[in-house]
Design a protein around this ligand. Structure first.
Ligand code: CAA
Length: 392
């Protein structure tokens, strides 16, 4: 049975910061960000947007009524959860009006969680071929004003509908994974921002990639020439490029090298404008590749490198199916990206870093009139988050 991605959707907040404005304001040469990190813009989430509202919006883009009747599992991968106990997927299940006999859970392992979710979805459908599983990767990457990672922040969510006979790509069940207990990036419960050993984290990302890649090729008896594209977890696009260069053999033929480089450039277009979205970043790279490449065809194989600090990583592959291009969005750059509002640095600092403060009774009400996203956090009442559907 072929199981894989039937639909893929994306949502980001309506605000963004131009990375050159950030560089200038911080007294940094803009080329450091635009060339050194290959980052151009960053999505900025207001307080009324979180992993629930963004995740629900990404799913809303793809689900129809039949999906909502057949989905029996919702998995959210996130490392910026809004509750230590209740899963974001329970809120999303309700906002999307999915039929009641569904399982809703949240998976955490840094940026890797949604990859585990995909594998769980595949196994679930293997046992229940008529089911559909909604896998959502949703995060808000926030390091703090003037922090070392400030230029690599972002916010957004990718939603994937997993089912048998998928219309976009088959999951090939060739996964190879690795765990190393190391501290490159982590966020203790008492801290709103992560701690990061930046340089070490980039080295670990690359070392986990090369060792897992070699093991993947060996286990599956594959070669880099079997792939038309490789998608990477993209904390910032330049790290993905370093990753690609680190696994390209010296004697690789020129056609393969050119195809992989060209498709790499297609795969980073959205991330360059969104920034890091942790669990969603690998899948945003896949979405960008599929929507922006004009050369990919049915039957082409794509390898994916998932990396979650701490660290767990995984390499697996997808095969595109006939008609995949008709099942993704056209003109996302014009329709979604170019309609966002550009913020000044002062506005970004105000909007992105405004914290939620509840009164003694656990209440907080937000100004939501400017929020045009499909779902928004309206208030906190007696310590309970109250989400509403935007009627505008
Ligand atoms: N023109 C062109 N390039 C320039 C430049 C200029 N004027 N000035 C600097 N550069 C280049 C540098 O040469 C460097 O490129 P190379 O790495 O190719 O040499 C690049 O710009 C970045 O410069 P620095 O390394 O000096 O930058 P930094 O000290 O500010 O640190 C960082 C960069 C470590 C990534 C930091 O942004 C950070 O800590 N980010 C958060 C952590 C992170 O994203 N880690 C990634 C791996 S962990 C992971 O994947 C999980 C996750 O999502 C968080």
């Amino acid at each position: 049975m072929n199981i894989g991605i039937d639909k893929i959707g994306f949502a980001m907040p309506n605000y963004y910061l131009d990375i050159k404005d950030l560089a200038e304001n911080r007294g940094i040469e803009p080329d450091k960000f635009t060339k050194g990190l290959m980052q151009l813009e960053m999505s900025v989430a207001p307080r009324t947007q979180d992993i629930v509202t963004l995740g629900a919006a990404a799913a809303l883009e793809i689900l129809d009524d039949e999906d909502k009747q057949l989905i029996d599992m919702i998995i959210v991968g996130s490392e910026t959860g809004i509750d230590q106990s209740k899963a974001a997927s329970v809120f999303i299940h309700s906002l999307l009006a999915i039929q009641p006999f569904a399982r809703s859970i949240e998976i955490k392992q840094a940026c890797y969680g949604a990859t585990a979710g995909l594998e769980m979805a595949r196994n679930h459908i293997k046992n229940r071929p008529n089911s559909r599983v909604l896998v959502i990767a949703s995060d808000i990457a926030k390091y703090g004003v003037k922090s070392g990672g400030e230029s690599t922040q972002g916010a957004g969510s990718v939603a994937m509908l997993i089912k048998k006979d998928p219309k976009i790509a088959i999951l090939n069940n060739d996964n190879v994974y690795q765990t190393r207990d190391l501290m490159d990036f982590w966020r203790p419960n008492y801290s709103i921002y992560p701690y990061v050993d930046g340089k070490f984290s980039t080295q670990l990302y690359l070392d986990c990639l090369t060792t897992t890649w070699n093991q993947y090729l060996k286990t599956n008896n594959k070669d880099i020439e079997d792939f038309k594209a490789i998608c990477f977890h993209l904390p910032f696009p330049k790290l993905g490029l370093k990753g690609l260069n680190s696994i390209l053999p010296e004697d690789v033929n020129n056609d393969t090298k050119e195809t992989l480089n060209k498709n790499f450039n297609n795969s980073i277009i959205y991330s360059q404008k969104v920034g890091n979205i942790y669990t969603g970043s690998l899948f945003l790279s896949l979405l960008s590749l599929i929507e922006q490449s004009n050369t990919l065809k049915a039957g082409d194989n794509i390898a994916l490198y998932s990396y979650g600090s701490g660290a767990v990583c995984e390499i697996f592959s997808l095969t595109l199916v006939k008609g995949f291009k008709e099942n993704v969005k056209e003109n996302r750059l014009e329709k979604d990206f170019s309609t966002r509002t550009r913020l000044s640095v002062a506005e970004y600092e105000d909007i992105f870093f405004k914290t939620i403060e509840v009164d003694n009774d656990g209440n907080a009400i937000f100004e939501t009139n400017n929020d045009k996203m499909p779902f928004k956090l309206e208030k906190i009442e007696n310590h309970k988050r109250i989400y509403v559907k935007n009627n505008k």
